[in-house]
Design a protein around this ligand. Structure first.
Ligand code: CAA
Length: 293
């Protein structure tokens, strides 16, 4: 644990928010999890329980660590419940309007000394900070999915982020046993600036009939030693998230090389968002995932 923060609030109990809450509790922080509905919070807590049990079963953590982490985790059905947190990490949907609404609600409630961080994977930290009452205590802390497994955290300072906030965030990330990569505040930061165009190109490769879903994924798994093929990874990240990151790159860098593939748009319009909805480039509803086209 770092001295700067003791109590952490996480807004958004989806795959990223629950993963963030999970690693914070394991590192010894008191963690409160918030989402739009109590059902979402409960399902986030259930996911964390399952993943902690998985880590204990494979001896990644001890049974004592697991129990302690569970005792430190709690629901925060209302945003008011986060008022006394030292750090609030927003991990809501990758949509600027939604994030701005959240800041408008949390800022008047949150302890004036509290730091606000966004787990945004691509939206400008400087712009998001300007929608808060504390741009100097606002920072981008971008975790990778699955949070309990991935070692990297991207740290992004906005133009107004104070050095004290940056130093506190560095200490916080180190206390989670994660490695920091510092990125300047430009669209997509580093990881998604590089990763998403690769995924988008894989979708074009499918769209243009160069390869099949399985062919493309096998090519990159065995030909480039990626742990997952790019279409499998797109389904894992969520196709809606992939599309919104491509849109941020396209709008923010004004270069046609970032245009989202029409096939990606079509899947999102169909509501086929990947693993979380049961269908994307693969259909996950059976025993084994099978390509949907
Ligand atoms: N919580 C806890 N543990 C987990 C977990 C979770 N959510 N997910 C997986 N694990 C653990 C498993 O229990 C397993 O542990 P053991 O080795 O002790 O058994 C280990 O991780 C490996 O998992 P699996 O055996 O299930 O499967 P795998 O070997 O195929 O690995 C993977 C799964 C780690 C996800 C691997 O496929 C991988 O690294 N994929 C690429 C992930 C990636 O690129 N992530 C970045 C996405 S981009 C991003 O996040 C940025 C963004 O903004 C979009």
């Amino acid at each position: 644990m770092t001295d700067s923060f003791k109590k952490i609030g996480v807004i958004g109990a989806g795959q990223m928010g629950s993963g963030i809450a999970h690693v914070c509790a394991l590192a010894g922080y008191e963690v409160l999890l918030n989402d739009l509905s109590s059902d979402n919070v409960e399902s986030g807590l259930a996911t964390i329980n399952g993943n902690l049990a998985r880590q204990a079963a494979s001896k990644k953590i001890t049974e004592k660590d697991r129990k302690k982490a569970i005792s430190l985790l709690g629901p925060a059905p209302q945003m008011e419940d986060l008022a006394s947190c030292d750090l609030v990490i927003e991990a809501a949907t990758e949509n600027e309007a939604i994030k701005r609404n959240i800041y408008a609600t949390i800022c008047p409630i949150l302890n004036p000394e509290g730091v606000l961080a966004s787990n945004t994977s691509s939206i400008s930290i400087t712009r998001l900070a300007s929608a808060t009452d504390r741009p100097e205590r606002f920072i981008g802390i971008h975790f990778m999915n699955p949070v309990p497994v991935m070692k990297l955290v991207e740290l992004v300072r906005g133009i107004a982020t104070a050095d004290e906030t940056y130093q506190a965030a560095l200490g916080f990330i180190a206390s989670l046993d994660k490695t920091v990569a510092v990125s300047e505040d430009f669209p997509g930061f580093m990881v998604n600036r590089i990763l998403l165009p690769m995924i988008n190109e894989a979708i074009y490769t499918l769209y243009e009939g160069v390869g099949t879903v399985e062919g493309i994924d096998t090519a990159m798994r065995l030909g480039a030693n990626h742990p997952m093929g790019p279409l499998q990874l797109a389904d894992f990240i969520g196709l809606d998230t992939c599309l919104s990151i491509m849109q941020v790159l396209h709008d923010g860098l004004s270069d046609s090389k970032y245009r989202p593939c029409p096939l990606l748009v079509k899947y999102v319009e169909a509501g086929w968002l990947g693993r979380k909805t049961g269908r994307g480039f693969y259909d996950y509803r059976g025993e084994e995932p099978v390509p949907t086209r």
